[in-house]
Structure formats: C-alpha cells, structure tokens
Design a protein around this ligand. Structure first.
Ligand code: GSH
Length: 376
C-alpha cells in the first residue's frame, strides 16, 4: 500500500513537472498565444478574433471577406497532416479543404497553419485560424474551457505505447514491463496524462519526457534516448510505417489505454460557423453511407432517385443549405472535390496500414461509429 502510494506520487510529480494540465498548460506557455507559423502560402498573418457571440455572421463573414479559409493543422503527423514543402495532405488537411469547398466552391482556397500541440488552442482562440483540424482529442476539460467547442469526430482513436522488440517489448507488454523506463511524447497532449495514469494504476513508475514536436519525439526514440514512445495509436502505426520500422517496433498493450476521438475544434459563440463545420463533416459520412463518391455523384444526382442526396446537393429543399449561409451547391462541391468519408480514409490512412473495416471508423452500417444525423 505504502509502495503503491509512493509510486503514484512519484508518477504524478514527474508528470506535473513535465507538463501540467493539458488544457491549462496550453494557455500558460510563455509566448504561446503569439506564436504564428505561416502556412502554405507563406507570410500569412493572424486575423482578428472570429465570432460575434451570437448566431452567426462572425467567422463566415470574416472568411468570405478574406477570400481564404485559415486552417490549423499539425506540424507533421503521418496520415493526418503530411507536409512536403508547400504541399499539404492528410485526413485533417482534406477536411480543411472540404470546408473551403463548402464556403468558396473551391477546395484550394485554404491557408494551412501548422502548430504544435502546446499552442494549438491558444492560437485558435486568438483567431490565428478559423478552425483546427489537428489530430485533436475532444475531452471534457478542453470542451468546457472558455472559448472552444468541438465538432463531429472524424477518427476514433485510442492511445498505445511503442517500443523496440530488441528491448524485449511485445504486443502483450503491460505496465510492469515499462517500470523504471523512459517514455517520450509530445507536450500539451492527452497522451502525457493518460500514460501516467495507465502506469500508476498498473503499479509501475515511469519517467516521462515531453518534447515539442512529433519529429523531436521520434528522433529521440530512434537514437535510443527514449525507451518508448506513446501517443494516439494511429500516429504510432503511421510513423512506424513511414519511417520503415515495421519489423522492429511493437505496439502495446493489447487494448488501447484511452479513448481519443479526433475531430475539429472551433471558437465558441458562433453557431452558424459551428453548423458549417459540423455539416461539412456529416455530408462526407452520408455520401459514404450511400456509396456516392466524387466520381459518381453527378450520375447519382442525374438519376434523381435519392431525395436526401438532392437536398445535400441543394437541388431540393435548398433552404437547408442556404440557411447555413453558403451557396446551395456548397456541399455538392465538398463531395465532388474531396469525396466521401471512405474515400478520404482510403486516400490518407489505408496506405499506412490503418484498416478501416471492422474498426470504430467503419460506417455504422458496417458496425463502426461513423454516423450522421439525417439531412432533412
Ligand atoms: N490526440 C492527442 C495527441 C495529439 C498530438 O499532438 N500528438 C502528437 C504525436 S507525438 C503529434 O501529432 N504531434 C505532431 C506535431 O509535432 O505537430 C491530443 O489531442 O492531445
């Protein structure tokens, strides 16, 4: 009992020293709110804060006047935000483009703002970007934090730990196998809190080092200064694949140690803007449900036998789309230019070995959790 208490205290002290609360530490990092990383177009400047504290007209009007959507993304997370010079890709990047397609009818009208985990919420609240699609977990403390709300989950994740097989780790490793070892992860994440709980509940003492970027974490892991790395399992799978360590690194424990619903975050107080983001995501789910893709949507509309699809395309009950303040063909452009959820998944995540079938990220019709309210 005394040992367990000691272990718990040591683990908590280490975590507190490393990072602090993942929501509040984001707001206390020196200079965090002013950190600006210009996106693909280069030289972008921070905007004024969005939202009018009411029903709408705030962010949408501002985005329209600017002529481009500002979107917060990761500085590099395999499959979610891949950055190659000025070329951005990934599921989060695709959802930024989808919102631009809904608003402007042009998925290219988007400026990307890569940000670290640590500053992502402050920069959102300060108005640097209009929406954040950055492998971000929806949690109670983040949601109830003043200034932010979350939209529909675009990827249901969970946290894992990854270590080299050469150090004796296996897919069945449990907290006792990490006792006394050094774990690395990104600062300002849910990952750092979850793993400390997992270890202490399992009676292990871990040392936790939080580094700023994913790149910092994997550099330290590869050179052996960290025994293990921990974060969202999608990131572990994706990075193991892209870095070419499929046969060397193993992910454990057998069941994820947390729930990590990843999706968009936006400033609170602008209902119109929230609706635009939410329904942009939902129409990609509904199109997937119907098996309608970017390649087949024109034919599906021409067939004229699916009233819900005609409403999404703004060809029937067009006031539903118009009431959101976007052009009536806004969601049609989302499907035409970006595609349905399954296409987005296939394009970005399947190549990394993240299998959709049988996972939480399958459509609800296939036993998963991807579900949208009806479009009527
Ligand atoms: N989903 C978690 C973790 C998100 C996170 O930031 N993960 C790290 C992985 S080590 C990352 O993606 N870093 C990317 C970067 O360096 O920009 C959260 O919202 O706190």
């Amino acid at each position: 009992m005394v040992r367990r208490l000691f272990v718990l205290l040591v683990a908590l002290a280490l975590v507190a020293a490393a990072c602090g609360d993942d929501s509040t530490s984001d707001t206390t990092e020196p200079g965090a709110a002013t950190t600006t990383t210009a996106g693909g177009g280069g030289g972008a400047t921070a905007t004024t804060t969005g939202g009018d504290g009411g029903q709408g007209g705030g962010t949408l009007a501002e985005v329209r006047a600017r002529g481009v959507l500002n979107c917060g993304v990761s500085e590099g997370a395999a499959g979610f935000t891949n950055i190659d010079g000025s070329d951005f890709s990934g599921i989060d990047v695709d959802y930024c483009r989808a919102v631009a397609a809904a608003i402007f009818g042009d998925s290219n009208k988007v400026e990307f703002f890569p940000v670290s985990s640590q500053v992502r919420f402050d920069n959102l609240k300060a108005g640097q970007y209009d929406v954040l699609f950055r492998n971000t977990t929806w949690t109670a403390s983040r949601d109830t934090d003043v200034g932010m709300n979350f939209g529909p989950t675009t990827y249901f994740d969970g946290q894992g730990v990854m270590g080299p097989i050469s150090k004796g780790f296996s897919a069945d490793s449990e907290p006792e196998d990490v006792d006394g070892l050094l774990l690395c992860t990104s600062a300002g994440t849910t990952s750092e809190k979850n793993v400390a709980e997992w270890a202490s509940l399992g009676g292990a003492t871990i040392r936790l080092e939080t580094l700023e970027t994913n790149e910092d974490v994997y550099t330290a892991f590869i050179d052996g200064s960290c025994d293990m790395v921990t974060t969202d399992a999608s990131n572990l799978v994706g990075e193991r694949f892209t870095r070419g360590f499929l046969d060397e690194w193993v992910i454990f424990p057998p069941t994820n140690i947390s729930k990590e619903p990843l999706g968009p975050a936006y400033r609170e107080g602008d209902d119109e803007w929230a609706d635009i983001i939410d329904w942009t995501v939902f129409v990609t789910f509904i199109a997937a449900e119907k098996g309608v893709t970017s390649a087949t949507i024109d034919a599906a509309i021409a067939a004229g036998d699916d009233p819900e699809l005609l409403r999404i395309a703004g060809l029937e009950s067009s006031e539903i789309v118009a009431d959101l303040g976007i052009a009536t063909d806004g969601f049609l452009q989302v499907i035409k230019q970006i595609g349905n959820y399954n296409e987005i998944y296939e394009r970005n995540l399947a190549p990394l070995g993240l299998v959709q079938a049988g996972s939480l990220n399958a459509l609800f019709t296939e036993g998963g959790l991807i579900y949208a309210p009806p479009f009527r």
